[in-house]
Design a protein around this ligand. Structure first.
Ligand SMILES: C[S@@+](CC[C@H](N)C(=O)[O-])C[C@H]1O[C@@H](n2cnc3c(N)ncnc32)[C@H](O)[C@@H]1O
Length: 434
């Protein structure tokens, strides 16, 4: 058999075995396969002919895929998110309870300032205090205010806020769409006696929730309309840090409207929908056109620090396979016919504090890992780099860096010298219109 065909088949077999036997997600990626083959051809023909042009094959293919990803999304869709939650985070949280929380808590009352105070000087003080803590962690100073204790307290603070503000009691039926490691569902069930159910894309997370006795459904947000007759009717529906994964790059915001229609159908009369969602900041709204990805690139190209901004934007967008509504009313405008806004709070500072907390916990935990643990974790990452199309981008997005300016997750919450901050984060309570 022709040598190159043999190597191609071998590569394919290795990818199939690694995908189905060594990952939690177990979804085969055509895009990863095409990229792997392109690397094989590039090195094979370069080795045989010594012509450098062959090394361009994977670069050209990567550019082609980038265009496809920006205009259409992943092939298949939601595969990056699936590997992110079923493999990447599962690997990170091993023996690291602090990083098991995937979205911000409520830091009010835990630190000596009010996180909903919109004073810019105060915001800069908080930002700088966090950066000092981050740098201390990088420089191996172990004693850090952002530890597991404060992470847990801030999460419990938020759960209490949710129960009080949504009026959840033992008679309530609650549905969490896109639950994470079940702490919120557990809290609501054990502190109020309410009936709590959940949906998720990640089979790994569904398995854990089912083991804890929760009724769970394997439903992708975009397919919710197919499950209206299967799901119950609920007093409260929660989307806590998960709508960011609904609209893929290349899609438009109309998906928020369809999603809200489904929530409307699933709520009892006067039922409430609580969402915590990152929004592209209001500063950007003036430039808003049709396609958000192009608009963002254009915006950063004409402003200062273009390289740093585009680097972070790229890894944030590609590593997460989603996008954010634009401006303070970015989500509200799509749903206002069906819902009225009961409350909207700007919680960007809480998300900033959480991000410091989460990254610092990761830095300190990694330092304490044994050599064997480190090797095991890195082998798992390597397998996923090989079988999942954009796993490397998820890895870069969520891995602490020695230079905080190149940490894509953190970047979005930091106000820059020119006063610009990429995102705002809102807690919104909607009530169903009759
Ligand atoms: C940032 S985490 C938030 C988890 C949880 N709500 C919490 O507060 O910790 C996002 C969650 O949404 C889920 N998810 C992401 N994309 C989804 C989709 N398209 N359909 C359903 N669930 C999705 C992920 O598996 C993950 O559990």
């Amino acid at each position: 058999m022709n040598e190159i065909i043999f190597y191609s088949l071998l590569l394919l077999v290795i990818q199939i075995i690694l995908t189905y036997y060594f990952t939690n997600t177990k979804r085969f990626s055509v895009q990863a396969c095409a990229m792997n083959l392109s690397w094989l051809y590039a090195f094979y023909y370069f080795y045989k002919t010594k012509q450098i042009k062959y090394l361009m094959i994977p670069i050209i293919l990567r550019i082609l895929f980038l265009i496809i990803n920006i205009t259409y999304g992943n092939i298949p869709k939601y595969i990056t998110t699936d590997y992110l939650y079923s493999d990447f985070f599962e690997n990170i949280i091993k023996n690291n309870k602090c990083c098991e929380f995937y979205t911000e808590g409520d830091y009010n009352g835990l630190l000596p300032f009010n996180t909903i105070d919109k004073n810019k000087d105060l915001e800069m003080d908080i930002q700088n205090m966090g950066l000092t803590s981050y740098n201390n962690a990088i420089n191996s100073k172990n004693d850090n205010i952002f530890n597991e204790g404060i992470m847990k307290k801030s999460q419990i603070n938020k759960y209490k806020w949710i129960v009080e503000n949504l009026g959840i009691t033992s008679n309530s039926k609650v549905l969490e769409l896109g639950f994470g490691k079940i702490d919120l569902m557990n809290y609501i069930r054990s502190n109020t006696g309410a009936t709590v159910e959940g949906t998720n894309l990640s089979l790994e997370q569904i398995q854990t929730a089912t083991e804890l006795g929760f009724k769970c459904y394997h439903i992708n947000h975009e397919d919710l309309s197919n499950y209206i007759d299967i799901l119950d009717r609920y007093d409260v529906i929660i989307t806590n840090g998960t709508l960011e994964y609904l609209v893929n790059l290349g899609e438009n915001g109309i998906k928020y409207e369809t999603f809200a229609d489904n929530i409307y159908k699933l709520l009892v009369p006067c039922g409430k929908w609580y969402t915590t969602t990152i929004h592209v900041s209001d500063d950007f709204i003036k430039e808003k056109n049709e396609r958000i990805s192009y608009d963002l690139i254009e915006h950063y190209l004409k402003n200062e620090n273009s390289f740093m901004n585009i680097y972070n934007l790229y890894y944030l967008a590609i590593g997460n396979e989603g996008s954010y509504p634009v401006g303070r009313n970015g989500l509200i405008d799509y749903v206002k016919g069906r819902f009225k806004v009961v409350l909207q709070q700007d919680r960007t500072i809480d998300y900033l504090l959480f991000s410091y907390n989460w990254l610092i916990c990761q830095i300190n935990n990694d330092r304490n890992d044994s050599l064997l643990e480190k090797i095991k974790k890195n082998i798992k990452h390597l397998i996923c780099f090989f079988v999942a199309p954009l796993y490397y981008a998820s890895y870069i997005c969520y891995t602490p860096t020695s230079d905080w300016r190149y940490q894509p997750w953190l970047w979005q919450f930091l106000r820059q010298d020119n006063g610009y901050r990429p995102v705002d984060h809102y807690w919104i309570i909607f009530q169903k219109n009759e």
